[in-house]
Design a protein around this ligand. Sequence first.
Ligand SMILES: NC(=O)c1ccc[n+]([C@@H]2O[C@H](COP(=O)([O-])OP(=O)(O)OC[C@H]3O[C@@H](n4cnc5c(N)ncnc54)[C@H](O)[C@@H]3O)[C@@H](O)[C@H]2O)c1
Length: 433
Amino acid sequence: MRMVVLGLGYLGATHAACMAELGHEVLGIEVVPEKRAQLAAGEVPFYEPGLPDLLKRHIETGQLRVSDSYAEAADFADVFFIAVGTPQKKGEYSADLTYVDAAVEELVPLLTRDALILGKSTVPVGTSRRLSERADELAKDIDVEVAWNPEFLREGFAVKDTLHPDRVVVGAFPGGIAETACREIYASMINEGTPFIVTDPPTAELVKTSANAFLATKISFINAIAEVCDAAGADVKSIADAIGYDARIGRKFLNAGLGFGGGCLPKDIRAFMARAGELGAAEALTFLREVDNVNMRRRTRMVELTREVCGGSLLGKRIAILGAAFKPESDDVRDSPALNVAGQIQLQGASVTVYDPKAMPNSKRLFPTLDYAEAASEACESADVVLVLTEWAEFVALNPVELGRRVRQRKIIDGRMCLDRRNWTVAGWDYRA
Ligand SMILES: NC(=O)c1ccc[n+]([C@@H]2O[C@H](COP(=O)([O-])OP(=O)(O)OC[C@H]3O[C@@H](n4cnc5c(N)ncnc54)[C@H](O)[C@@H]3O)[C@@H](O)[C@H]2O)c1
């Protein structure tokens, strides 16, 4: 099938390349010229394992093309995926829908045949209805159907998650072609047995926000338990293991540590609270405020712990920060807990050197005043304390004996509880987590 993907960021570029992999003919539309040029040359402008090969292959065969022209898009296909960003509004909790709205405003007046718009971006409940009404106003003697097909991919596993998702959800208004079109688009995964859930648009929108709210709650739950463990001298990791054996609870997303960040969970729970408020259901989601509070408190706690380990003051200390991406296998530093901590520590008078295997360019753009090293060992040179804030395999595999020769003091704080405590203590390190 021919299709267009509007917005080629983490979600859109992956979706476009994966749709080409499924055999569809894809035109991707991106407004940022540098990104577009890179993608058109077969290069992925961000780090996502497995995506470069896929993209390069389909750009070379012409199965996937990249453009900035909405006119070309309108002419090319009858199915349009919206994959543009929905960031948090500045100074507010709600989602900024400027980019989603702009995509519809620009596309629909150019359409000359009936069309289907499938939203993949994460949006507040009610967005499909609003866009559908707007599309009706903008459409010239044609039918433009709007349906929502939320995306659940995880950065770092985006290709696998797109080609073999846990489920496909389609929220469609009655009488349209969205379900039939999605059955054709996603035929290979439906044939694999992937659950295919057809519902109405508000439900589909809420499936996505509810999933993210639940995941955020699970992380903050174990981090709240970690706070009690700190006070009581108990071991949160053993608690997570023990309760995780209960199939009703499950072990995934129960890793205590520095908490969640990135371009999705933080802004999505806030947008969810804001939207519930607009709908008069604010009370239902007040617990998410606490989920957010627990999460943000982890960052402050990490700074306090570093100060404690430094003997009460960070002034003049050298701190090595290993990890800048909000999670491993990604270069995404949006709302990164690691960089947030790095910034706070620097503001308290320490000299901070950051190293991340993939997120250095993005980090330098966002936090140009921090120092950056080209390797973990270089970041740790003469450090008073080493902080591991993103659980990259490279850090888990660090040799405590070798690193011990580089630092000024053998003090390490494992912000993700990912290191082997014994290895580090045996090598003479003061290990905190
Ligand atoms: N990143 C993820 O892991 C993930 C997972 C699931 C859902 N989502 C959701 O997907 C959406 C996109 O997220 P992302 O992480 O890919 O964001 P992103 O910022 O990486 O990508 C958005 C892209 O859209 C482009 N764009 C903006 N306006 C445009 C327009 N009018 N026409 C064409 N292109 C335009 C931007 O330049 C950018 O490249 C968000 O709603 C997000 O919540 C993201």
